[in-house]
Design a protein around this ligand. Sequence first.
Ligand code: COA
Length: 466
Amino acid sequence: MEKPRSSVVEQLRPLFRPRTVAVVGASRKPEKIGYQVVRNLMEGGFPRDRIFPINPYADEILGLKAYPSVKDVPEEVDLAVICVPARIVFDVVRDCGEKGVKAIAMITAGFGEVGNVEEERRLVELVRSYGMRLLGPNIVGVCDTVNRMNASFCQALPPPGDIAFITQSGALGIALVGWTIMERIGLSDLVSVGNKADVDDADLLEFFAHDPHTRAIALYIEGVKNGRRFFETARRVSKQKPIVALKAGRSERGAAAAASHTGALAGADRIYDAAFQQSGIIRAYTIDQLFDWCIALASQPPPRKRPVVIVTNGGGAGVMATDACADYGLALEDPPDDLKNVFRQYMPPFGSTRNPIDLTGMARRDEYYGAVLTALQHSWVGAVIVLYCHTAITTPREVADAILDAIRQAKVDKPVTVSFIGGAEADEASDYLRQNRVPCYPTPERAVAAMGALYRRAEYLGLLRD
Ligand code: COA
C-alpha cells in the first residue's frame, strides 16, 4: 500500500532545498556524469559534509568518502541523484526506499522516451510505494541557487535570483546556464523535468508558488501531460505569481519534432493559446521574451491604469517604442496639459511633450530625473518606459542614477521598464539598474514588450481602472 501523501510543497522541498544529497553512481572517472555531479555539488558550494557519493567499487571520490550503498550513509538522505544505467535503477531505488530517502532526481535515460513505458510505470509505482517523489527520469538534474546546490551535469550554477526556470529540454537547460551567466539573469532554480513520470509541471508550479525565493516562473514546454490538472493549477498559481511559458512546436513540423523529442502530444497550438490565456499564463515566443518578461514581472508591480508615458532623449528610439506600443496594445496618448507644462521644464524649446516625451539629445541627469519623477507622480500616468541613447553629453551611469533616484523619490507603485542603447558603458549601467531591480534592456522594443507583459498580467488580475 502507498504511504499517505503530504502536501506537494512538503514532498518537493527535499528535491529543491535538500539538506543532504547522495549521488548514486558517483564515478571515479572525470568524463562520467556521476563524477561531474559530485564535482558540481562541491564547486557550486554545497557543504562537503552533506554530499554522499555512492559507489560499491570506490572508497573515495573527489576526496569524499564513498559508500557502497545509500543504505550505508550514516545520516538521513533528503535527495538521491541517480546516475547509474537503467538496468540497475530498480535496485538502487529499492535501496533508497529502504533507507528512507525523501526524493529522487533521476538523470538516467532509457525509459518512456524510448518506448519503455511499462518500465517507467513500474518505476513510479516502486518510488511511490516508499512515499518518495521522483523527478525525471531522463533529466540533467536540479540547480538550486538558494542553497548553492548544483545536483546536475550543467557546467555551473546559474547566478542567484528570483526566477524559477522549468525546462522540458535538458540540453536547452544546460545551454541556458551559460547564457544566464553571460546575460546576468538570476535564477532561484533550474529544473529539468525530463519524462515527468511522477513530478510534473503542475507539481512544480505548486511548489514555486509557495517558494519565498521565487517571484516569477519561466517554463519551456513542448507539451503538458495532464492538461486539465496543469491548467487548473496554473489558473490558481498565476493569481499569486506570474508564469511565462515558451511553448515550442508551434508549426506542424515543430510539433512533429516535439513529439519525437519528448513524446509530447502535438496538441493544436491554438488550443494551447486559449488555455494559456484562460489560466493567466503569459505566452512568450522566444528565449529573450521568456526571460525579459520574467525579469520585469519579478521586479515591477502590475500597472493600475492604462496610459503609458515614454521618456526618451532620442527621437528615433521614441518612434520605435511607439510602434512597439501599438504591437503590444499599450495606450500612448497625449498627456493632459498640466502634465505637459511640467515636462516642458526639462527640455529645450525644440523638445516634445507629446508622448513620447522627447527630452532631446541635450538631456542630462537632471532632465531625466525631473521628467521621470514627474511622470511617476502624476495621477494620469499608469506606467513609465524610459529610453536612453548613449550620447557624449552624459554618461549612462549618471542617467541610471537619475532614474533610480526618481523612482525612490516618487514612492509610488507604478511599473518602470528601461532601455539603454549603446556600447559597453550602456551595458554596465543597464546591469546596475537590474541589480537595483529596474528591468533594463538593450533595445526599445524589448522594454516595451516587457511592459506589455506587465499589462497582460494586470488585465488577468483585473487591476486596470480606466
Ligand atoms: N550503485 C552505485 N554506483 C554503481 C553501482 C551501484 N549499484 N553499480 C555501478 N556503479 C558505478 C559504476 O561503477 C560507475 O562508477 P565508476 O566509473 O567509478 O566505475 C558509476 O556507477 C556509473 O556507472 P556506469 O556504468 O559507468 O554508467 P555511465 O556513467 O556510463 O552511464 C548514465 C550512466 C546514467 C549517465 C547513463 O546510463 C545515461 O542514462 N545517460 C544519459 C543521461 C542523459 O542524457 N539524461 C538526460 C539529459 S537531458
